[in-house]
Design a protein around this ligand. Structure first.
Ligand SMILES: Cc1cc2nc3c(=O)[nH]c(=O)nc-3n(C[C@H](O)[C@H](O)[C@H](O)COP(=O)(O)OP(=O)(O)OC[C@H]3O[C@@H](n4cnc5c(N)ncnc54)[C@H](O)[C@@H]3O)c2cc1C
Length: 424
């Protein structure tokens, strides 16, 4: 008998899994609540690391993998830690993390392009406008219920419905999503011939992490199309600043503990948020002011930072979880999507192998055990990075800056310590 698999959520992880299972000929369907791409932050770039690249390479059909590669932006730049005066603390040369094999390399991709690639060829499998509201078990079958009153029966249900997962709330009600108390404000600086001249090469050539003496940080990363074949979709017509997928830009995110911000920050619009960041970076190098003030107000938004707490093992059943639905993490290491892709790859492999053994339960149990291990390790790492990013500890920050300068002065040590930078 064929296992009917329902994936709830057509985001990064759910769609990658669907692609892999479809390629292997399994009986799957994806149920996605959105009708259009309206989530504000979908306009930003996503850094795909070697875990994510390997997952995409394995799950996508060869033609789509090539299309993914064709949509990625240039990633040649060095990753630099700088002071707020734009002085280098440490430069991680791109050669240190470069792999000639695209399936184990780093990539910069627009979230929209990634979504377009992942959705391709899923006609009849990916169902839009299907908001999952709950499930019930009837014998060995799981019945999924949707907001439009419809239901779907499946032998295995995979919750890939993101950080506010409805399935997680029902399946693992004790699994908590936790506010870190950190708030990021992010924006996009459009890069064209004119604006490019106004920024120093340090900010247009590669990602930078700004480490002032205390209390806040700023991350910036260029997304350079350089001939990448990105296309707009219908959403770009309504909201070109956020959703134009065909122009280069530098994305930036300033972050600090919420005590650093005024009380009414949640009601501020893009213009007021931009002004607030300009006040908070007063005294920094003028390049950062240009970066922030030159970003259209409509591209600037507030992002409260959440994490999750490790979940004890649960009895494996015919419902499981993947990606942010189980291990949501702060965006500070750029590994949430990569971990969701890694989940998709592992679960896909296991389910394909279970076709021979007929033992789906063991396949899911093995996936869950390994996913909990690397998934919550990633959660821990990304929370640690978030706390360091906004640290108020002046002594600690001075030591960190000193340590980066030391590594910069001793290249072999730097190579040893940072050769896997950005991988996990
Ligand atoms: C500003 C920012 C920058 C980031 N940058 C990076 C980066 O560079 N690299 C990286 O690895 N990660 C990055 N991340 C994290 C990354 O975006 C997430 O970890 C990743 O998208 C998680 O994938 P997912 O498939 O688990 O969930 P999602 O991609 O969020 O997908 C969940 C899907 O489920 C759907 N859904 C939700 N509820 C329901 C429901 N009830 N019924 C049906 N469908 C539903 C949603 O509409 C969505 O399509 C970043 C995050 C942010 C906020």
């Amino acid at each position: 008998m064929t296992t009917r698999i329902a994936i709830i959520g057509g985001g990064t992880g759910g769609l990658c899994l669907a692609q892999g299972l479809r390629k292997a000929g399994l009986d799957i369907a994806v149920y996605e609540r959105s009708r259009t791409r309206t989530e504000r932050l979908q306009g930003y770039r996503v850094h795909i690391n070697p875990h994510g690249a390997a997952a995409l390479h394995e799950c996508l059909p060869p033609g789509l993998w090539q299309r993914f590669l064709a949509t990625t932006g240039a990633t040649g730049g060095n990753f630099t830690f700088v002071t707020e005066q734009l002085r280098d603390l440490m430069v991680i040369d791109s050669e240190l993390t470069y792999s000639p094999d695209p399936a184990s390399n780093h990539h910069s991709v627009s979230r929209i392009s990634l979504h377009q690639v992942l959705s391709d060829g899923l006609d009849g499998i990916l169902h839009h406008g299907k908001e999952f509201v709950g499930y019930r078990r009837e014998g060995d079958v799981v019945v999924c219920e949707f907001a439009d009153g419809s239901t779907v029966e499946a032998d295995l249900v995979i919750g890939a419905d993101g950080a506010n997962s409805r399935i997680r709330k029902q399946f693992l009600p004790g699994a908590a999503r936790v506010d870190t108390g950190i708030i990021a404000i992010a924006g996009k600086y459009p890069l064209d011939e004119e604006t490019r001249k106004r920024l120093p090469a340090r900010l247009t050539d590669g990602p930078s992490m700004v480490m002032p003496r205390t209390g806040a940080g700023l991350f910036s990363a260029p997304h350079e199309l350089n001939g990448a074949s990105s296309v707009n979709d219908e959403t770009a017509e309504h909201d070109p600043v956020l959703f134009d997928n065909t122009s280069s830009y530098v994305m930036w995110a300033f972050a600090a503990d919420n005590r650093r911000y005024p009380a009414g920050i949640s009601s501020l619009d893009g213009e007021a948020l931009r002004k607030l960041v300009l006040d908070l970076i007063d005294g920094w190098d003028p390049a950062f002011k240009e970066l922030v003030s030159g970003s259209p107000a409509e591209s600037v938004s507030r992002l409260p930072i959440f994490t999750s707490t490790p979940v004890d093992p649960w009895p494996t059943s015919n419902v499981t979880l993947l990606g942010d639905a189980i291990h949501s993490m702060t965006p500070f290491r750029g590994i949430g999507a990569n971990t969701a892709l890694r989940d998709a790859q592992l679960l896909c492999r296991n389910l394909i192998a279970a076709r021979k053994t007929g033992d789906v339960r063991t396949a899911v149990a093995d996936y869950e055990q390994r996913m909990r291990e690397y998934g919550f390790a990633a959660v821990r790492d990304s929370e640690r990075s978030a706390r360091q990013f906004v640290s108020e500890n002046r002594v600690g920050r001075t030591m960190a800056r000193g340590m980066f300068r030391f590594f910069q002065a001793v290249p072999p040590l730097k190579r040893k310590a940072f050769s896997d930078h950005g991988d996990s």
